[in-house]
Design a protein around this ligand. Structure first.
Ligand SMILES: Cc1cc2nc3c(=O)[nH]c(=O)nc-3n(C[C@H](O)[C@H](O)[C@H](O)COP(=O)(O)OP(=O)(O)OC[C@H]3O[C@@H](n4cnc5c(N)ncnc54)[C@H](O)[C@@H]3O)c2cc1C
Length: 439
């Protein structure tokens, strides 16, 4: 029997005392299911909050084989514990890339499906599950079921973005992107305020990748001052390429290191680093997609109490006004977010409770300090007023009533759970907090 230990995910909040048990085969997992009364599966713990925390977690990290690679058909079949980092290493030298990738490659394929992750290309390519053709799942009975858009489609749609509550994703087949080099042609554009950056997003809506960094301490005429980065896969690499060294934050920094003034200085330097309004460069895939991965353990920067990533989406119509209100509330509060990232979502047609909807999504990091949760409750009201919702995989604190009122399809999701997971075996700290598996 494994010993209990403190389990946390990327935000280091909350911290749960639990037991983590690994599986490497179907039989291992069946055995674990039989021996325990309930559990949740955990990938690499890169969700920020409590989606993959529970008193008992089954770790998929050792269930990590690539099972089939079809270069002609541009598809791959792998076990759910394979990481995106391993896939990038395998695929890029063969001329392929992930169809959709989040801002870190240290996640598993199972985690990508369960959160139905999005990248900088949602407006063009949709979310990760858009590219999944078929998967297999182990139910709480130990039975393995295949699902796809045509076979057991209710289970498929509930599992995409279903936060591990339908069963354990075992294998996934998904489509790949062909690439000609391991570089991205990047264009960076400075925007003086929110109106300008939204106009730029519109102007570059055909760009495959787009993302904006926002200085969320600006007010008035410069509210929403940002840098928009757009990118396309390069057809040829530049003549010489330098690999960048990884830095690491060796221990938790004291909580006071990140405050309004340090964030202000960082934002000033970051915005003014680029002198021209528009700058072009050719950057490595890693630098474009995973800039934060170059600083190992960067989450320690927020101190031992941890931090919350607050990511919401607002529908396209209400987006501009809603973003203005949220950014004003943040600037007025003086709670600068070190990281503030704005993306555009296109239409979303996969997943019953997948997070994306056509509109704008903003992700902000806040260190846990006194008054933070009351402040985020205020932001929740703005998000709800404008018809938006929060991303489950980043959440660690929203209330069950707020969740239920913003995820209108929860009734449909629960109907599928009654069919495929009637015993309520799969439970996380988050699903209990949000009453997600309650009939
Ligand atoms: C620096 C950083 C940047 C990020 N950027 C983005 C981004 O741009 N876009 C985005 O969408 N997300 C982003 N994320 C969030 C991350 O992509 C998701 O939280 C992802 O689900 C983490 O995968 P994981 O393997 O670590 O899973 P975990 O964090 O361990 O678990 C996440 C959820 O997946 C479930 N799960 C995991 N494996 C399985 C399985 N085999 N079967 C069933 N359920 C399973 C868990 O139960 C849990 O509900 C980012 C995270 C970090 C740390």
């Amino acid at each position: 029997m494994a010993a209990k230990k403190e389990l946390t995910n990327w935000g280091n909040f909350p911290s749960i005392e639990g037991v983590s048990m690994s599986f490497r085969s179907n039989d291992d997992l069946r055995y674990l299911i039989n021996k325990n009364t309930n559990a949740i599966v955990r990938g690499l713990g890169r969700c920020y909050g409590d989606s993959s925390l529970a008193a008992t977690v089954f770790s998929s990290a050792g269930f990590n084989k690539i099972l089939d690679f079809d270069a002609a058909g541009a598809t791959i079949l792998c076990q759910s514990g394979v990481s995106f980092a391993d896939l990038v290493d395998f695929l890029v030298p063969r001329g392929f890339f992930l169809p959709v990738t989040p801002g870190t490659k240290y996640i598993t394929v199972g985690g990508a499906v369960a959160s139905d992750v999005h990248g900088k290309n949602h407006h063009v390519d949709g979310s990760f599950c858009n590219h999944v053709s078929e998967m297999s799942l182990m139910l709480d009975s130990g039975q393995i079921v295949i699902c796809s858009r045509v076979q057991n489609s209710d289970l498929f749609q509930a599992t995409c973005g279903g936060m591990g509550l339908t069963g354990v994703i075992m294998t996934v087949r998904f489509g790949l992107k062909r690439i000609a080099s391991d570089h991205i042609e990047q264009v960076s554009l400075k925007a003086q305020n929110l109106d300008e950056v939204l106009q730029l997003f519109e102007q570059y809506r055909r760009a495959t990748y787009s993302v904006a960094w926002i200085d969320c301490l600006q007010k008035g005429k410069t509210l929403g001052r940002s840098i928009l980065m757009v990118g396309e896969h390069a057809s040829t690499p530049p003549p010489t390429t330098n690999r960048t060294q990884k830095l690491s934050i060796p221990f938790f920094l004291p909580g006071w290191v990140l405050n309004k003034w340090s964030v202000k200085i960082f934002n000033f330097l970051y915005f003014h680093k680029q002198i021209r309004k528009k700058a072009k460069s050719k950057v490595r895939l890693d630098a474009f997609f995973y800039p934060l991965d170059s600083i190992l353990h960067w989450n320690r920067m927020y101190g031992k109490k941890g931090f919350v990533q607050y990511q919401f989406v607002l529908p396209i119509g209400a987006g501009k006004e809603g973003l203005r209100e949220v950014l004003t509330a943040i600037a007025d509060s003086g709670r600068g977010s070190f990281l503030a990232v704005l993306k555009v979502f296109g239409k979303q047609d996969t997943g019953i409770i997948s997070f994306p909807m056509e509109g704008y999504t903003l992700a902000l990091d806040f260190p846990i300090q006194s008054g933070l949760f009351e402040f985020l409750d205020q932001l929740d009201l703005l998000v709800k007023k404008h018809g938006g919702r929060l991303y489950l995989t980043k959440d660690s604190r929203m209330s069950a009533s707020f969740f239920e009122s913003t995820y209108e399809t929860m009734g449909e999701f629960k109907t599928v759970l009654r069919r495929w997971a009637p015993l309520g075996y799969w439970q996380s700290h988050q699903s209990n907090r949000l009453a997600m598996t309650k009939p």
